[in-house]
Design a protein around this ligand. Sequence first.
Ligand code: NAP
Ligand code: MG
Length: 400
Amino acid sequence: MEKIKMNTPLVEMDGDEMTRILWQWIKDILLTPYIDLKTEYYDLGLKHRDDTNDKVTFDSAEATKKYGVAVKCATITPNAERVTEYNLKEMWKSPNGTIRAILDGTVFRAPIIVKGITPYVPNWKKPITIARHAYGDMYRNTESLIGAGSKAELLITDKAGNETRLPVNDFENTGGIVQGIHNTDESIAGFAKACFIYALDSKQDLWFATKDTISKTYDRRFRDIFEEIYQKEYKAKFDEAGLWYFYTLIDDAVARVVRSEGGYIWACKNYDGDVMSDMVASAFGSLAMMTSVLVSPSGAYEYEAAHGTVQAHYYKHLDGQKTSTNSVATIFAWTGALRKRGELDGNAALCAFADKLERATLQTIEEGVMTGDLAALSTIPNKKVVYAEDFLLEINKRIS
Ligand code: NAP
Ligand code: MG
C-alpha cells in the first residue's frame, strides 16, 4: 500500500515518562506504516528542556504559530522532587502554561465516548466539551485580611491621573476579607473568538454562562463582548452551519447541562471552568479518555491528551514490567492533529486516515479488548485486559 503523503509538517512536541514511551509506539505501530509522516520535532522531555534552558518550549510554540497545527505528548511540570530527580538547573515552568501564554489560547476538553462505558449521568449520550477561560478573575487576585475598624475602597487611577474611589465595605465592628480581581477586554475577546472558531470547526452549538444578574458590570462585560463579536463576526457563519450560540445564567446552564444529552461546547469563566471540567471529566468516566485542544484566536491548534505522564506506570516500565497504560487520548491527539492538518492542506486521504484510526481504536474497545483502567469501568462481557503495546497491535489489526 502506498503511504499517505503530507504537504505541510505538523509540529510534534515529544514529552516525558510513560506517555513518551506510548508516543513512540503509536508512531511505530499506527502511524508511520500508513503515513509518510512529516513533522517538525521538538523534544519537550524534561532533560532537553533543561539542556536548552526551556528555549525548546518557546520554539515549539512559535512553530505552532507558523504551521498552525501541533500535537503534544504529556510533559512533567517540575516541582521540588523533580528538580532533584532530574538534577535541574531551575524549576522550569509548566510547558502547557508557556505554550498557552504564547498562543493566547483557550483549552477545549472533550471526553471520548465508547460503548460499554456509561457516563454517571446516563442521559449524556454525546460529549460535552468544556472551554475554560484561562486568564484573570480569582486566579490573578489581590486579597487581604481586614482588621475591625478598617474601610475597604476600590481606587482607580485613569490615564490623566484622576482618581475614582468606590466603597467596598466599612468593617466597622468586625474584621473580614477583601479581594480585588480583574479581567481585560482583550483576553475576553480572545476567549470568545477561540470559542466561536472551535464551535464552527467542530460543528457544535456554543453555550456561555455568567452571573450577570448579580455582577451587572463585571460579568455583564463578558456577556456583552461575546454578543458583540458573535453578531459582528460569527452569526452569519453559525446560521449557515445551522448552529446556535446560546447565553444563559450559570445556574440555569448547570441545570440544563445535567438534563441534556450533550453534544455542545460549554464556555466557562475561569473558576466555573476549573470546577466544571473536573465534574464533567469524572462523570464521563476516565481522565485517560479525555482529549484536549488548545485553540488560539488566530486559529492555531495544539492537540494533546488531558492526562499526565502516568509516572507510576513509567517506574514499572523502567523496572522491566509491562504496563496496561491507556493510549486512547494520545492516539486521539494525533488523529485530531492529522485531521486538522488534512483540512488545512486539502489532504482528504490524511483526514480519512484519522477517521479510520479513531474507528479502529473504538472498535477494539467495543469488541472487549482494552487496558486495565477501562476494563474496570466497561460493562462489555468477556473483556480482555491487554498491555499497552498489545492494545496498539490490536488496533492495528482493525485498521482497514
Ligand atoms: P497522571 O499522569 O494523569 O496520572 C494520575 C493517575 O491516573 C495514574 O497514576 C493512573 O492511575 C491514572 N492515569 C492517568 N492517565 C492514565 C492512562 N493514560 N492510562 C492509565 N491510567 C492513567 O497525573 P499525575 O500522576 O498527577 O502527574 C504525573 C506527571 O504528569 C506530573 O509530573 C505532572 O506534572 C504531569 N502532568 C502533565 C500534564 C500535561 O502535560 N498536560 C497534565 C497533568 C499532569 P493508576 O496509578 O491508579 O493506574
Ligand atoms: Mg480543577
